[in-house]
Design a protein around this ligand. Structure first.
Ligand code: KG4
Ligand code: ZN
Length: 330
C-alpha cells in the first residue's frame, strides 16, 4: 500500500509518500517562517494563501521523488485538524479533490496523532504500549498509547502550550519568530544559577501543565535586565524550568502507567536540553526514550502519510465530506 500525505495545519506545507513495505519514499516541505517573521507570529490569512501557492507543486515534487504515479497510490491522507481553519481547508480541499479525481479513498488525520506516530517512521520504531509526550506550539499533552487509535490523555496544558511559552518568552527577550530555537540558542550562554523560575504544578499530584506563569516570571526578571548576558541568564532559567517540569511529569506518567517506553514528539521535542535530560532521567529508570528524527519532530507530511496509511490498512476511509476542524480532541 502506498499513501500520499498532506499537512497544512499551520505554517508548514508538507507532502510525503509512504509505502507499506519500503517506508518513506519521499517528503517535501515548504516552511512559511520567513513570510510570518516580520509579524512576530503566524498570520492565518497569509498562511492559507501560501499553502494554496505551494501545495500542488509540492505534491508533484513528492510524487516525482518517490517515482510514483497516482495509479500506484491507495489513498490520500490529510491533516483535518486541529489547527488554523483556513489553512486546514486548503489541505483538505486539495486532498479530497485529488482523491476524487484519482478514484482513491481520502483519510482525515488528527494532527496530534500524526505527531505521536512520527517515531514509527524510524528504521527501528518503538513497540506499543508507550507514553507519548506531545509538545508543540499549540499543544502539550501526555498520552497513554496502547496501540493504533487507542489513546488516553493523561494530562495536558491548562493554558499555554510549551512551544507557545517558548515563543512568547522569546518575544519578551526581543528574539524573532519562531522563538523556541532562538531562545534555546541564547540560553546556551546563560548562567543557570542566576535566576530561579518555578516548576509549575509539580508540587501536587496529576499530569496537567501550566506554562503561562513562566512567561510572567520572565517579564518580572527582565525588569532589571540590561545586558546580553542578563538576557541569556533569563533565557536559561526559563528553559531549565520548562525542561525540568516536562521531565518530572514524564517520569510521573511512566510510573503511573508502568510503561517501559517514552516517545517524545512535536516541535519542542527538538530542544537539545530536553532530549539530553529526558534520556538521562528515563534511562536511570530503565525506560527507553524514542525521538523522531529532527525533521519529523516539527510539522511535516510524512507523519500524516504514515498515520493515514495505518488507518487505511485497517479499512478506515471517509465519505465525500471535506473534514476540517480547528478544534478536535484526540
Ligand atoms: O510541532 P510544531 O512544528 O508545530 C506545531 O504543531 O505547533 O512545533 C512548533 C513549536 C514552536 O513553538 C517552536 O518555538 C518550538 O516548537 N520549537 C522549539 C525548538 N524547536 C522548535 N522549542 C524549544 N526548543 C527548540 N529547539
Ligand atoms: Zn504540529
Amino acid at each position: 500500500m502506498r499513501v500520499l500525505g498532506i499537512e497544512t495545519s499551520c505554517d508548514e506545507t508538507g507532502v510525503a509518500v509512504v509505502d507499506g513495505e519500503r517506508g518513506l519514499l519521499s517528503h517535501a516541505l515548504y516552511s512559511q517562517v520567513a513570510l510570518h517573521a516580520e509579524y512576530g507570529g503566524v498570520v492565518p490569512e497569509l498562511a492559507s494563501r501560501d499553502h494554496i501557492r505551494k501545495l500542488l507543486p509540492l505534491v508533484r515534487q513528492a510524487l516525482d521523488e518517490a517515482g510514483t504515479v497516482p495509479s500506484d497510490l491507495s489513498g490520500v491522507a490529510y491533516t483535518a485538524g486541529p489547527g488554523l481553519l483556513g489553512a486546514l481547508l486548503v489541505g483538505a480541499g486539495v486532498a479530497r479533490s485529488l482523491a476524487w479525481a484519482w478514484g482513491l479513498p481520502a483519510v482525515a488525520v488528527h494532527h496530534m496523532e500524526g505527531h505521536l506516530l512520527a517515531p514509527m517512521l524510524d528504521a527501528d520504531p518503538p513497540d506499543y504500549p508507550f507514553v507519548a509526550l506531545l509538545v508543540s506550539g499549540g499543544h502539550t499533552m501526555l498520552v497513554d498509547v496502547q496501540g493504533l487509535g487507542r489513546y488516553r490523555i493523561l494530562g495536558e496544558s491548562l493554558d499555554d502550550a510549551a512551544g507557545e511559552a517558548f515563543d512568547k518568552t522569546a518575544k519578551l527577550l526581543g528574539l524573532g519568530y519562531p522563538g523556541g530555537p532562538a531562545l534555546a540558542k541564547q540560553a546556551e550562554h546563560g548562567d543557570p544559577g542566576r535566576f530561579h523560575f518555578p516548576r509549575p504544578m509539580t508540587d501536587r499530584p496529576g499530569l496537567d501543565f501550566s506554562f503561562s506563569g513562566l512567561k510572567t516570571r520572565a517579564l518580572t526578571a527582565l525588569r532589571d535586565v540590561h545586558s546580553e548576558q542578563d538576557r541569556a541568564d533569563v533565557a536559561r532559567a526559563f528553559e531549565e524550568a520548562v525542561v525540568d517540569t516536562l521531565v518530572i511529569k514524564c517520569l510521573r506518567a511512566v510510573e503511573d502507567t508502568g510503561a517501559a517506553r517514552l516517545v517524545v514528539a512535536g516541535g519542542v521535542g527538538a530542544n537539545r536540553r530536553l532530549r539530553v535530560r529526558l534520556r538521562e532521567a528515563a534511562e536511570a529508570r530503565d525506560v527507553s526514550v524514542h525521538y523522531p528524527a529532527l525533521e519529523f519532530c516539527t510539522d511535516n507530511g510524512a507523519m500524516i502519510a504514515l498515520a493515514g496509511m495505518l488507518h487505511l490498512q485497517r479499512g478506515e476511509a471517509e465519505d465525500l465530506t471535506i473534514q476540517a476542524r480547528a478544534r478536535w480532541g484526540l
